[in-house]
Design a protein around this ligand. Structure first.
Ligand code: AMP
Length: 446
């Protein structure tokens, strides 16, 4: 099968949008939720942000709602904050791009006029905060009689924020016969009670990353300025003789190839290392994994996608060459070491552009990953202008994600261009202007 999403009963429009979004494989919550929602079940999903839960409910909903019809919404999605509402609405824009479905985000904090006008033109899906929805409903701006599916996302947070009275009112006014989906990061008693009220014979599905951060895994982290320094740490780690059976995880196949090429010969002999990713044929991947499993090869460089589902025991070290963007993958990755009561180690490298993601991961695993100083033996090189710019751009994107009104600081940084010119093309090591960068890294580690 070309696209693993084809196992679900989704139409071509959605499969194409999934491909455009760059999802190559469903996440565990998607595997579980999509078929159930398509079959019409009420679903109680326990999953944190970062697990792909939004697409897990949106994809089957978009499949069911299919195309624009009538004036009133057939699906309502409630979320606790304006940011989340905007984020969900954006995800709809992305996944419904090849359909004619009409959707809108409604939330407080600004006048309702534009939101009302959009609704009046006809909408199929409304994403809303409970307060603003109730406001507009009471003004008779939103009709609910065509409603078929209702979602409560981040239900625990909604309850913590005191939205329960509004949710109760909403449940009173909307049609009884509908499909209900409730997603929550945690499952305290109050959410259990809400789910009993809201859902009818629900199927409970759960992805529990926090439960799988095995106690037998020692986790640590190095803050590094750039990719080359990450390679240099690898070189050091492999010189200690401790790395017996190691998987190095990377975010993309390009990075996997880069790590492999940098390590082969210089750091480990050609016969002892393999790389697996989606571009490697199935047979090559199987052979590499067998060789690793049998101990003929002791270093495996892998992308998350390529490594999913492989059961390899007794890995001594997992190295996160970069921080995974699907946060649950962190748990999958480190779960490969420390298996069957073997003590294992997980070492993560992170640049300033990855701080954002590690914070989210630490939230999911409910612990702070200890940070260590880069060993003095490691050659910490300066960051090239291009890499630095890419990091700043990424940080801007992250800030925009958190605050959609954020204008971006990246362009201001461009003012330093004259210095940059001097630097480009020559090794960053020579550049004075990178010193503060290095210094900052050191002081932040303290
Ligand atoms: P969520 O848990 O819904 O907040 O999603 C976290 C991030 O994962 C979002 O940026 C999604 O675009 C992304 N995502 C969702 N599903 C997949 C998938 N199957 N493959 C790769 N990325 C995904």
């Amino acid at each position: 099968m070309e696209n693993p999403f084809e196992i679900f009963d989704l139409n071509r429009q959605l499969l194409n949008a999934i491909a455009d979004a760059g999802y190559t494989e469903p996440t565990p919550i998607q595997e579980k939720a999509i078929p159930l929602v398509l079959q019409g079940h009420d679903v109680l999903g326990i999953a944190q942000t970062g697990t792909g839960k939004t697409a897990a409910y949106l994809l089957p909903i978009l499949m069911k709602i299919k195309y624009a019809q009538g004036k009133m919404p057939r699906c309502l999605i409630f979320a606790p904050t304006r940011e989340l509402v905007i984020q969900i609405d954006k995800a709809i824009t992305e996944l419904a791009k090849y359909t004619d479905l009409r959707h809108t985000a409604i939330y407080g904090g600004l006048g309702p006029k534009t939101q009302i006008e959009t609704i009046q033109q006809g909408v199929d899906i409304i994403v809303a905060t409970p307060g603003r929805f109730m406001d507009l409903y009471l003004r008779e701006e939103i009709g609910v009689k065509d409603l078929k599916i209702m979602v409560l996302d981040e239900a625990d947070k909604m309850m913590d924020m005191g939205f329960m009275p509004q949710i109760r009112k909403i449940l009173e006014v909307i049609p009884r016969k509908r499909q209900n989906l409730l997603f929550s990061a945690t499952f305290p008693e109050k959410v259990e009670r809400l789910s009993a009220e809201f859902l009818e014979f629900p199927t409970k599905i759960e992805v529990t990353p926090q439960a799988t951060t095995a106690e037998t895994v020692k986790q640590r982290m190095f803050e590094v300025p750039n990719t080359q320094t990450k390679i240099n740490i690898l070189k050091y780690l492999f010189s200690t003789g401790e790395m017996q059976k190691t998987i190095i995880f990377t975010r993309s196949k390009e990075v996997a190839d880069h790590v492999y090429n940098s390590m082969v010969q210089r750091i480990v002999p050609f016969s002892k290392i393999r790389v697996i990713h989606a571009n490697k044929g199935q047979n090559t991947r199987i052979n590499s994994m067998d060789a690793f499993r049998d101990g003929n090869v002791n270093v495996l460089v892998a992308t998350d996608v390529a490594a999913r589902g492989i059961d390899i025991q007794e890995v001594s070290h997992v190295i996160n060459f970069d921080v995974p963007l699907i946060y649950e993958d962190y748990v999958h990755r480190i779960g490969r070491t420390g298996r069957a009561n073997q003590l294992g180690e997980a070492i993560t490298f992170l640049t300033i552009a990855e701080e954002y993601h590690i914070k989210k991961i630490e939230k999911i695993i409910r612990m702070e990953i200890p940070r260590e100083d880069i060993p003095t033996e490691v050659d910490v090189v300066n960051t090239s202008f291009d890499e630095r710019q890419a990091q700043l751009r990424e940080i801007d994107t992250q800030r925009k994600k958190e605050d959609p009104t954020f204008q971006g600081a990246f362009h201001e940084k461009k003012v330093h261009k004259p210095v940059a010119k001097k630097r480009s093309g020559s090794p960053a090591k020579k550049s004075q202007s990178h010193k503060p960068d290095k210094k900052r890294n050191v002081s932040r580690r303290k």
